[in-house]
Design a protein around this ligand. Structure first.
Ligand code: ZN
Length: 156
């Protein structure tokens, strides 16, 4: 392969052919009683949750499960104004959001905004599990609440 072509292929790989949303990072499920649901999901997966974390700013207590390479987040409201309380009031318990891993959350927010999606928080905030997170309004995504999350590195 001529040198210029090799260079071009490398360039394409590094800049053009990136995947903005790398993978599903986790699926969030709204529950009324975290303790009961922890027992239920432990029975389902044959393995207990590996962490519990409260995100006071969001009014939620979360627990995380692993199923092979996949991750499930259970969310319980810690106060009546929590988005999880409101969700359960309206729709009952169930799938609350799907979270996608991104490398650069600020760039993703810009990209998705320019595509016409409604971003609920344009400034990423600290979520559970050492992540910076942002949400897309379900009205702009066929009724599905989408979370973007970027791992917080030691330098942030
Ligand atoms: Zn989540």
């Amino acid at each position: 392969m001529p040198y210029t072509l090799v260079f071009y292929e490398a360039f394409k790989k590094s800049f053009l052919y990136f995947y903005p949303m790398n993978k599903i990072e986790h699926i969030g499920i709204a529950v009324k009683d975290l303790e009961k649901s922890n027992a239920l999901f432990a029975a389902l997966f044959g393995e207990s949750h590996y962490k519990i974390e409260e995100v006071a700013s969001e009014g939620v207590k979360t627990s995380f499960f692993k199923s092979g390479p996949n991750k499930i987040e259970l969310l319980e409201a810690t106060n009546p104004d929590s988005p999880i309380s409101k969700f359960i009031e309206k729709k009952g318990e169930g799938i609350h959001h799907i979270a996608f891993a991104v490398d650069n959350i600020k760039e993703e927010i810009k990209r998705l905004k320019s595509e016409g999606f409604t971003i609920l928080n344009e400034t990423p905030k600290k979520g559970a599990d050492n992540k910076l997170v942002a949400f897309l309004h379900p009205k702009s995504t066929n009724g599905v609440l989408i979370e973007l999350c970027q791992e917080i590195s030691g330098n942030d």
